[in-house]
Design a protein around this ligand. Structure first.
Ligand SMILES: Nc1ncnc2c1ncn2[C@@H]1O[C@H](COP(=O)(O)OP(=O)(O)O)[C@@H](O)[C@H]1O
Ligand SMILES: [Mg+2]
Length: 274
């Protein structure tokens, strides 16, 4: 088969490993920089140009669309879909998972554990919203943060209210979310491919930090997930409209609580760990 990996960075670990794995299995594979495409539309003929030339035929596309290029990246994937090229993750799945509000909205109608979350815009709604999710300490997060940067823990309802107001005044949309205290400083990343969990790890935060992101100094250990966690991760991936995903779950006292879904999960941590 002839594969295209959509990635901005040929040298990044995950892209390199995907390429090696495809080659080891005897496939032809090219890494194509997502931002070097032109999307051409005319009656009955969706086309793609790459670096100014009409793109040759591909059998399958592995999208690795980073958060900084979501809009254009998902448009490129959508164009491959219009041209009937198999895409490992769909454009709609990538869009669904990219936004924490949108993904929790979609999950909330299914039997998948999620931390109680609210989204408000009116100032008067902030304090009642904090109370509804269980009161302080409470999690506040940006809709599209990554690497733990847009997530904070407010110790009191008053400070939570002030933080939400400050962020909203800066035109930032934020979610107010129940702090899953029993999972403080830990979470689970399940790596789903198709209808299987192919690997999983627990991330443990450094010191007093509550965020377990590796970018925040978190360390990882391999875990074997029980059926509930596996099923939650697989169902979440499918509900999102994805085939490949890293599903992040907190270990709540009532079982897995899905926080977010990553449509381009990094491979370095999980490979090293498992
Ligand atoms: N509701 C919560 N309760 C407890 N810890 C949380 C909660 N939400 C996030 N965290 C911690 O913060 C980290 C980052 O949150 P996450 O929503 O995954 O944002 P990001 O996209 O920046 O990784 C998580 O890995 C987890 O350790
Ligand atoms: Mg995360």
């Amino acid at each position: 088969m002839k594969f295209a990996i959509l990635s901005r960075n040929l040298r990044c670990y995950s892209t390199r490993r995907l390429r090696e794995a495809a080659q080891q299995r005897g496939h032809r594979v090219k890494v194509l920089d997502t931002l070097k495409f032109a999307i051409d539309l005319q009656k009955g003929e969706p086309d793609l140009y790459f670096r100014g030339k009409l793109l040759s035929d591909y059998d399958a596309v592995l999208p690795r669309i980073g958060a900084s290029v979501t809009n254009f990246g998902t448009a490129v994937v959508r164009q491959f879909e219009q041209m009937d090229v198999f895409c490992a993750n769909s454009s709609s799945g990538i869009s669904n998972s990219r936004d924490k509000l949108r993904s929790l909205q979609i999950l909330s109608r299914h039997h998948v554990g999620i931390p109680r979350t609210t989204f408000v815009t009116d100032k008067k709604d902030v304090l009642p919203a904090i109370k509804r999710v269980g009161g302080a300490p409470v999690i506040i997060k940006l809709l599209e943060g990554t690497q733990g940067i847009g997530v904070l823990l407010a110790e009191s309802a008053k400070s939570a209210e002030a933080i939400v107001e400050l962020l909203q005044s800066q035109k930032q949309n934020v979610l107010i979310q129940k702090f899953i205290a029993e999972s403080k400083g830990k979470d689970i990343r399940a790596f789903v491919v198709g209808d299987q969990v192919v690997g999983a790890m627990r991330r443990i935060a450094k010191g007093q930090e509550f965020r377990s992101n590796v970018h925040r100094g978190g360390v990882t250990e391999a875990v074997v997930l029980d059926e509930t966690y596996c099923e939650t991760a697989i169902r979440t991936t499918q509900i999102m409209g994805l085939r490949v995903a890293g599903v992040d779950m907190l270990e709540g006292k009532d079982g897995p609580q899905v926080m977010e879904v990553n449509s381009s999960p990094g491979l370095e941590g999980i490979e090293r760990c498992t």
